[in-house]
Ligand binder design. Structure first.
Ligand code: KG4
Ligand code: ZN
Length: 333
């Protein structure tokens, strides 16, 4: 069966065709139109601009995705669209487009949670992956643990109480002169830096919980930079990047260890844009190797926002009979 995925929750418009046959999942096409260069001018995503850019891109990239997969709409078995969470004006574009496409072609429509979609990137990265397992989604908008009980049953067992890890990378990176989104550059800079002498708080909340708070780290890093500047010193960007990355990675590793203990799972998926971080990938691989846990981290193009992940999760919702009606709406939450 072919599933057409549509994704427009933030600043990437995605359209993809995924095929699932006899349990074998395969990406036939995965087209992403990124708006990053537009939003970079403003230092972050401008929701109004994002919505307009999605509407310009969505029809042509859907056409491209069908063409690249060498299929036509009549070959598609269902249309899967990200309906929540995200920027409302951005989501509405994809939802409205997918509804119209499904309706006019008599196709079933499936509504996909964007964060569950990130987890489903794991199914595309590893054909043997099946629930139950532990999932960690780390992105610009989310830092959450899930007990993935089945393909359609996700229980959130921990999350950030405020900002996401990617938001901390982006905002601290901006202050030290890196263009939006700063995550990848922070990653590269951290490898050259020396964190010693830069004292920052841990984003891991104390106690038995699996929760984080990244806003304290963000504020402490910005205060440190301002204090240094007031004393006539400018911290080297690579040293700041190393200090911030060290705190984020060690907090995530610590809570991941707790989540593995709590769930008892021997399988884990890490996904979302920040799962591209080389320091985090290495640290999680070490943790999982030491615990005898099989870890799946999708390749970098499947970590960031894309529609193949939406199609993958959409397939399982469709298979479970969880389809959306004509009244489907987008929701920011
Ligand atoms: O999943 P994603 O594309 O969009 C959201 O759903 O948020 O994640 C984007 C986030 C941004 O904050 C970006 O800076 C971050 O992922 N990111 C990284 C890296 N590559 C992207 N953060 C740390 N290290 C990276 N290599
Ligand atoms: Zn995302």
């Amino acid at each position: 069966m072919y599933i057409l995925g549509i994704e427009s929750s933030c600043d990437e418009t995605g359209a993809a065709v995924v095929s699932v046959t006899g349990g074998h999942r395969e990406i036939k096409s995965n087209i992403v139109a990124s708006q990053v260069s537009t939003h970079r001018l403003y230092g972050g995503v401008v929701p109004e601009i994002a919505g307009r850019a999605h509407i310009e891109a969505v029809s042509s990239i859907t056409y491209e995705a069908l063409k690249a997969a060498a299929v036509s709409v009549s070959d598609i078995g269902c249309v899967a669209v990200t309906s929540h969470p995200g920027l409302i004006g951005a989501l509405l574009v994809g939802v409205n487009f997918a509804k119209s496409l499904a309706y006019s072609n008599g196709l079933p429509l499936v509504s996909v949670n964007h964060v569950h979609g990130h987890v489903a990137a794991g199914y595309l990265a590893d054909d043997t992956l099946e629930p139950p397992f532990l999932a960690l989604v780390v992105s610009g908008g989310h830092t959450s643990f899930y007990d993935v009980k089945s393909y359609t049953d996700y229980e959130e067992i921990g999350s950030t109480r405020d900002d996401a890890a990617g938001e901390a990378f982006d905002k601290i990176g901006r202050v030290i002169g890196m263009p939006y989104p700063a995550g990848a550059e922070m990653d590269r800079a951290a490898a050259q830096g020396n964190a010693s002498g830069i004292i920052l708080p841990s984003p891991a909340l104390p106690g038995e919980n699996l929760d984080f708070s990244f806003s304290g780290l963000k504020t402490a890093a910005l205060n440190y930079i301002n204090n240094e500047k007031m004393q006539g010193r400018t911290p080297a960007p690579c040293d700041m990047a190393a200090a911030v990355t060290g705190k984020i990675v060690s907090a995530i590793v610590r809570k991941t260890g707790d989540a593995l203990t709590r769930t008892g799972y021997r399988r884990m998926v890490t996904a979302g844009g920040v799962a591209a971080n080389t320091h985090l990938r290495r640290a999680l691989a070490e943790l999982c190797a030491a615990r005898g846990v099989k870890l799946t981290i999708p390749p970098i193009p499947l970590c960031g926002d894309n529609a193949a992940m939406t199609a993958a999760e959409g397939y399982y919702l469709f298979r479970a009979g969880i389809t959306a009606g004509n009244e489907l709406n987008a929701s920011a939450e």
